[in-house]
Design a protein around this ligand. Structure first.
Ligand SMILES: NC(=O)C1=CN([C@@H]2O[C@H](COP(=O)(O)OP(=O)(O)OC[C@H]3O[C@@H](n4cnc5c(N)ncnc54)[C@H](OP(=O)(O)O)[C@@H]3O)[C@@H](O)[C@H]2O)C=CC1
Ligand SMILES: Cc1cn([C@H]2C[C@H](O)[C@@H](COP(=O)(O)OP(=O)(O)O[C@H]3O[C@@H](C)C(=O)[C@@H](O)[C@H]3O)O2)c(=O)[nH]c1=O
Ligand SMILES: [Mg+2]
Length: 294
């Protein structure tokens, strides 16, 4: 099986590469080979080898900066996926495209189902929603897999931000009125590989929109406290975590207040396991504190 992976250097991409079984080949061209902000090489790339499936784990993920870089966010999160999905549809190659809980406004008051109406609050969410629509419109077989609150030993994420701030401050103030589910990029990578394998193995497996997060729920404040409970004894200093409101932590982009995702359909349709977020947090902290190159 041949996978074309975009975003191989990101949090999700690196975990996919680490988990790829030996019988699977993955081509993961970097930004030097394909700049998604100017994706003229996309078609040539898709045509370059007989890929069995494309996984798009690349994105513009700077939520606040996107408010000022609208064009760039849309180029990478909407236009590039449009070109990718169109080329893949033409070649008959199925696509797995990763999207976000930030397509929702967070006002439902219950976990979002895949077919609930979207209403992004910021530019990042709007650009990802446009990407979803473009992938659907391409008309090929495509799974859109939404996830949330990704973290890993790699790249930029809330876990690493909290551990860095622990070295700088005695008290951290963290919003306690935004609810969701921290999701290890490692669990999502396993889910992506399961979906990709199924799409390839079964040509009758239809596409559609699905959700994957780890199991359970918390707030960003709850996540921060769990991080220090998990890592605490290994840190030089454990900060106090003060619960604050969103109004007390102004940011350029508005975030959904409750973006829990209902993953029932994904678990029923694909061979995907859903560990509890606290279990994957423990594993990820362990990996992170052991490594030196993250
Ligand atoms: N991070 C999160 O909390 C969440 C992420 N998601 C979605 O999950 C997916 C994976 O996210 P994550 O792994 O965290 O993303 P990262 O920000 O860790 O990685 C982004 C990847 O996209 C690549 N990329 C960005 N811009 C370009 C460009 N112009 N040309 C080529 N490559 C580019 C990056 O390459 P390079 O290394 O060269 O910059 C990197 O490989 C995305 O679709 C994201 O929207 C959904 C919910 C939560
Ligand atoms: C660093 C920090 C953040 N916060 C708040 C700000 C924000 O509301 C919340 C999360 O902050 P971050 O900026 O780390 O997270 P954010 O960039 O909003 O994370 C999002 O990224 C994109 C890519 C997604 O798709 C989403 O699922 C989600 O993971 O925590 C505090 O309250 N205190 C702090 O010290
Ligand atoms: Mg951020």
């Amino acid at each position: 099986m041949n996978i074309l992976l975009l975003g191989g250097s990101g949090q999700l991409g690196r975990e996919i590469l680490l988990q790829t079984p030996p019988r699977v080949r993955v081509a993961a061209p970097g930004r030097d080979e394909l700049d998604l902000a100017a994706p003229d090489a996309i078609e040539a790339l898709i045509d370059s080898q007989p890929f069995d499936v494309v996984i798009n784990a690349a994105a513009y993920t700077a939520v606040d900066r996107a408010e000022e870089e609208r064009d760039r966010a849309f180029a990478i999160n909407a236009e590039a996926p449009r070109r990718l999905a169109a080329a893949a549809a033409r070649e008959g190659v199925p696509v797995l495209h990763v999207s976000t809980d930030y397509v929702f406004d967070g006002r439902k008051g219950a976990p979002y189902r895949p077919d609930d109406p979207v209403a992004p609050l910021g530019v990042y969410g709007a650009s990802k929603e446009a990407g979803e629509q473009a992938v659907r419109a391409a008309g090929g077989r495509a799974v859109i897999l939404r996830t949330a609150w990704l973290y890993s030993p790699f790249g930029a994420n809330f876990l690493k931000t909290m551990l860095r701030l622990a070295g700088e401050r005695d008290t951290l103030r963290v919003v306690d009125d935004q609810r969701g589910t921290p999701t290890a990029a490692a669990s999502l990578a396993a889910a992506c590989l399961a979906v990709a394998v199924r799409l390839v193995a079964d040509p009758n497996q239809p596409g559609g929109t699905f959700h994957y997060t780890d199991a359970g729920e918390t707030t960003w404040c709850g996540f921060a406290r769990a991080i220090f409970e998990t890592a605490g004894s290994r840190l030089a200093r454990v900060p106090a975590v003060a619960a604050i409101t969103t109004a007390e932590y102004p940011t350029p982009a508005q975030r959904p207040a409750d973006s829990r995702l209902d993953c029932t359909d994904t678990l029923a349709r694909f061979a995907v396991v859903q560990p509890d977020w606290r279990a994957t947090l423990a594993t990820t902290v362990e990996r992170l504190l052991r490594r030196t190159d993250s």
